[in-house]
Ligand binder design. Structure first.
Ligand code: HEM
Length: 409
């Protein structure tokens, strides 16, 4: 059991800042360390939230079946009581508890078997090369614009069935939509998220009717046709699942590529090490995931009394697992603020854990491995032109722009 060395009142401003109020910190890591050192399991009575910043506690919480998803009205309290967020569509698996979660996940899983994902490697390489061609033409480029966004959106777009020509329009609208994953939201963000949700809904309603009429080799067609133990997803469920897959499938991977490259550029010794020894690619990608976790926080709600890290959590209490903090916990990862492409200390928390463990983890890893391999083959010099700014988001961490000079090999 941990000791609390600072009073709750002293820690409150720090905790609230980590939830994004008044703004998320550009560099949250020193603040995570501060909170973890002072109170590894901090409970904010006013917000009714437990803050978990240790690796072991986050991992335990994510796997505890008594910690699940909150009913909708409770979730809105967690959003700072700012405003009730009305969901007009059925929740996707990400927001469901068993048995509904199990049913949806089982149906979608079939599109993500390890064999199916691995079979995509050559095509991901082709798509990557197309992006690198455009970067090579420009010499100096915003990597977010020319690689980190277009590659994952092309990959997941093909899987789900969103045609290439229609993908670009989703970049801003997906950011608006996923802003609602943040623990605290302004009225403006809630409004924008609702407009984005309507946009997505209309789009996927139309796509579903097209696939119903004329099935193709994509997940939307598969879901429209799916029958698992006589069970099917209804149209509202298909809409929310396809939106989840599509949005979760690129925004996070976009940020993995952007933040991963930034980490390499800020650590030229590690960049050179990877350049010289590509067998390090898998561990380098794991390290990118750990070092700048694209998903920084997850939320859970106690469906029944439980205990985490020796602390009793009562039914009805909310828990926020700070994945980004757990990934920098020195008890799990020695010298945690050092970026080390050869690090081997077990899996980071970046894909979550337990029943909601990321469905797209293998695909995201594959994309990042291909991207960094091709990028290093193609360019002898990669130079950061200006220090980037991280987007003002608590949950999904990534840079706005990444301007890099790329000189061909
Ligand atoms: C670097 C890239 C990615 C990261 C860091 C990431 C992270 C995560 C995390 C942390 C969760 C768990 C959320 C929770 O427990 O509350 C999750 C769930 C999920 N992810 Fe990913 N993800 C990535 C890429 C992808 C891709 C490429 C896809 C789709 C192809 C995808 C689809 C999903 C889905 C469907 C879920 C919900 C699973 C469930 O509720 O059972 N993700 N992801």
């Amino acid at each position: 059991m941990s000791t609390v060395q600072a009073t709750a009142e002293e820690l409150r401003p720090l905790a609230v800042e980590l939830l994004g109020s008044p703004a998320p910190p550009q560099d949250p890591y020193p603040k995570y360390h501060q909170l973890r050192d002072a109170a590894p399991m901090y409970r904010d009575e006013e917000l009714g939230i437990w803050f978990l910043t240790r690796y072991a506690d986050c991992s335990e919480a994510l796997r505890d079946p008594r910690l699940g998803r909150a009913p909708e009205d409770v979730e809105s309290q967690l959003n700072g009581g700012v405003r009730r967020q009305r969901r007009r569509q059925r929740p996707s698996m990400l927001f469901l508890n068993p048995p509904e979660h199990t049913r949806q996940r089982k149906l979608v899983n079939r599109g993500f078997t390890p064999r199916r994902v691995e079979s995509m490697r050559p095509h991901v390489a082709e798509l990557t090369d197309e992006c690198l061609d455009r970067i090579a033409e420009q010499g100096e480029a915003d990597i977010m614009d020319l690689l980190a966004f277009p590659l994952p959106v092309a990959v997941i777009g093909e899987l789900v069935g969103v045609p290439r020509a229609e993908q670009a329009q989703f970049r801003d609208v997906a950011q608006d939509l996923t802003a609602r994953l943040d623990p605290i939201q302004s009225d403006e963000k809630v409004d924008r998220a609702e407009v984005a949700a309507d946009f997505f809904r209309e789009y996927f309603l139309d796509l579903i009717s097209k696939r119903r009429a004329e099935p193709q080799d994509d997940l939307t067609s598969l879901l429209v046709q799916a029958e698992e133990s006589g069970d099917v997803l209804d149209e509202d469920e298909i809409i929310s699942v396809t939106i989840l897959l599509f949005a979760a499938g690129f925004e996070t991977t976009t940020n993995l590529i952007g933040s991963g490259l930034l980490a390499l550029l800020r650590n030229p010794g590690e960049l050179q090490r990877l350049r010289d020894d590509r067998s390090l690619l898998p561990s380098a990608v794991e390290e990118m995931l750990r070092y700048e976790s694209p998903v920084q926080v997850n939320g859970r709600y106690a469906l029944a009394d439980t205990e985490i890290g020796g602390h009793p959590i009562r039914a009805g209490e909310s828990v926020v697992t700070f994945l980004g903090a757990g990934n920098r916990d020195p008890e799990q990862f020695p010298d945690p603020d050092r970026f080390d492409v050869g690090r081997d200390h077990g899996a980071a928390l970046s894909f979550g854990g337990g029943i909601h463990y990321c469905l797209g983890a293998a695909l995201a890893r594959l994309e990042a491995q291909v991207v960094f391999d091709r990028l290093l083959d193609r360019f002898a010099t990669l130079e950061l032109l200006e220090q980037p700014t991280f987007r003002p988001s608590v949950t999904l961490r990534g840079v706005e722009e990444l301007r890099v000079r790329c000189e061909p090999a």
